[in-house]
Design a protein around this ligand. Structure first.
Ligand code: AP5
Length: 220
């Protein structure tokens, strides 16, 4: 299965992508997570990306496309993948089409998740991420077992993401409307685009997504 998850900041793409990856046995390819990993490791790419990310702006398309192509060529992505947070602009959508042609594979479905902004703001205010390994928690629905300690790596720095400050979230919403929302019109003629309501519990939304997945994904 080759699937794209599209939706505004904080709508729950990462949460659902992780569940789908486990359920379908294919990797989650999350450009935001990949970029944050580069930032943590202070790579050249991370240093370039950080200033865009902290301001709620998008990292340039050429940087993202090169990073994604390398990832999709890795062995574990040969049988399918879940794209989370990519593509995010029409040029990235066009670039992805070219990458998929080079890999000789096709997309199965594009799931667009939507929810109202107030709910997103509430969810993001409660999100905490591990500064060491990037594991994601939510103080309301998914807190760590021991307050302030990462279940995954034991680090004691569970932080509010720099771009989850209210003024930066607003900027990210604007960027979504201007640069990412037009992708829905780009994908609409493919017939692969399915819209799913993002309100409700994590389980309910997971079921909504499962209900629109194709029974038989494309082989190539
Ligand atoms: P990225 O990390 O992709 O951020 P985003 O798209 O803004 O999405 P988020 O990670 O904030 O949220 P999400 O939708 O995954 O929600 P989550 O599941 O965590 O990108 C960050 C930055 O990197 C960008 O601004 C840009 O600078 C750069 N970047 C990344 N990709 C790029 C690209 N392709 N091109 C250019 N630049 C790029 O859920 C949010 C919270 O809600 C969590 O706490 C979660 O536990 C909770 N939650 C989830 N579902 C529910 C539910 N049903 N009920 C209650 N709480 C819930």
């Amino acid at each position: 299965m080759r699937l794209i998850l599209i939706g505004p900041p904080g709508v729950g793409k990462g949460t659902q992508a992780r569940r789908l990856a486990e359920h379908l046995g294919i990797p989650q390819v999350a450009t935001g997570d990949m970029l944050r990993d580069h930032v943590r490791k202070k790579t050249k790419l991370g240093q370039k990306a950080q200033s865009y990310m902290n301001k709620g702006q998008l990292v340039p398309d050429d940087v993202i496309l090169a990073m994604v192509e390398v990832r999709l060529r890795e062995k574990d992505a040969a049988g399918g993948f879940i794209l989370d947070g990519f593509p995010r602009t029409v040029p990235q959508g066009v670039g992805l089409t070219v990458i998929l042609e080079r890999l000789d594979v096709t997309l199965d479905i594009i799931v667009a998740i939507s929810v109202n902004q107030d709910m997103i703001l509430t969810r993001l205010a409660a999100r905490r991420s591990c500064a060491r390994c990037g594991a994601v928690y939510n103080l309301v629905i998914n807190p760590p077992k021991t307050i302030g300690v990462c279940d995954a790596c034991g680090a004691t720095e569970l932080i509010l993401r720099e771009d989850d400050r209210p003024e930066t979230i607003r900027k990210r919403f604007d960027v979504y409307q201007e640069q990412t929302f037009p992708l829905l019109a780009y994908y609409s003629p493919t017939g692969l685009l399915k819209e799913v309501a993002g309100d409700g519990t994590v389980d309910e939304i997971f079921q909504n997504i499962q209900a629109v997945l194709p029974d038989k994904p494309n082989r190539s």
